[in-house]
Ligand binder design. Structure first.
Ligand code: NAP
Length: 284
């Protein structure tokens, strides 16, 4: 039977450490501040934003939400980001993705000051992640690395297979594992013989966005399986990219969905906000 990697437990421990940093900052008269921009319309985005606000409240981080109507113009959105870039009480800014098609996501990401880019999506922060010298952690991949560390699962020398090459999950995931001396293979929709590759993984990360995509025949016995997927089923329930029921018995450790990677992503976002506040106030 596999060890269930409990994202709620691990994120609670991680957030305790972030809370201590918040308290230390507050003792010096500084309250970390996060601005969250949401363009209304996507119900999933609304849930994610609410969870981020809740986490800020829990940890004593000031947060403010900017909910914009679905027909907001690019100029209005950029003007808001510019004003937030200039505020000293706001240390971190995030714009919840995806945006409606009339808005240019790349321009929006690029307009957030790299010093306040707590999602680490700005090209400058992405480049620094690539080099291995970064202030802001890529939230989901860094959350996964923390889960592996917490569970004493060393990636050094292991074959890590990442399914998915998105800029926010797959690519930075591969980079963080590479920085820790794993041998990494990235798979995507054009990969040939996917099953043969995934069956050689010691650690398999699924970031595909398709429910039950990873089946038991794709997994070698004893593999550590990390499920990033968050797929909404017709009944409204969330499920991962891994067929948990079939894969759990053959894996050595596995993350559930929900209660796996998701809570860690938010915990790392909180850490990034505190890091931003510390850096902007000259403490690091
Ligand atoms: P994405 O941008 O849609 O990327 C999906 C990746 O999967 C792409 O690289 C795509 O390949 C690959 N793919 C699609 N079909 C495939 C196939 N048949 N075989 C192999 N690869 C295939 O998605 P994302 O933003 O990375 O997110 C992935 C999942 O993670 C989603 O369910 C998302 O909701 C979830 N997520 C969860 C968290 C969390 O905190 N838990 C955070 C972020 C995302 P191509 O590049 O070739 O198209």
């Amino acid at each position: 039977m596999a060890r269930i990697i409990d994202g709620k437990e691990i994120s609670a421990a991680f957030k305790e450490r972030v809370k201590a940093q918040v308290e230390e900052l507050k003792s010096k008269g500084i309250t970390p501040g996060l601005a969250v921009i949401i363009v209304e319309g996507d119900p999933a985005s609304r849930i994610y934003v609410n969870n981020k606000k809740k986490a800020c409240e829990q940890l004593g981080i000031y947060s403010e939400e900017h909910a914009l109507p679905n027909d907001v113009t690019q100029e209005e959105l950029l003007a808001l980001i510019s004003s937030l870039n200039n505020r000293s009480d706001i240390n971190g800014i995030l714009c919840q993705l995806p945006l409606p098609p009339h808005l240019d996501e790349e321009k929006v990401i690029n307009s957030i000051s790299p010093n306040k880019d707590v999602d680490a999506f700005h090209p400058m922060n992405v480049g620094r992640i690539m080099i291995g010298n970064f202030d802001f952690l890529p939230c989901t991949p860094a959350g996964i690395m923390e889960m592996l560390r917490y569970c004493d699962i060393d990636v050094e020398g292991k074959h890590c297979v990442v399914i998915g090459r998105s800029n926010i999950v797959g690519k930075p995931m591969a980079m963080l594992m590479l920085h820790k001396n794993a041998t990494v293979t990235i798979c995507h929709s054009k990969t040939r013989n996917l099953k043969e590759i995934t069956r050689t993984a010691d650690i398999l990360v699924a970031a595909v966005g398709k429910a039950n995509f990873v089946t038991a025949d794709m997994v070698k016995p004893g593999t550590v399986v990390i499920d990033v997927g968050m797929n909404r089923l017709e009944d409204g329930k969330i499920t991962g990219d891994v067929d948990f029921k079939a894969v759990e018995p053959i894996s050595s450790a596995i993350t559930p969905v929900p209660g796996g990677v998701g809570p860690m992503t938010i915990a790392v976002l909180m850490q990034n906000t505190v890091t931003a506040a510390r850096r902007q106030n000259g403490f690091i």
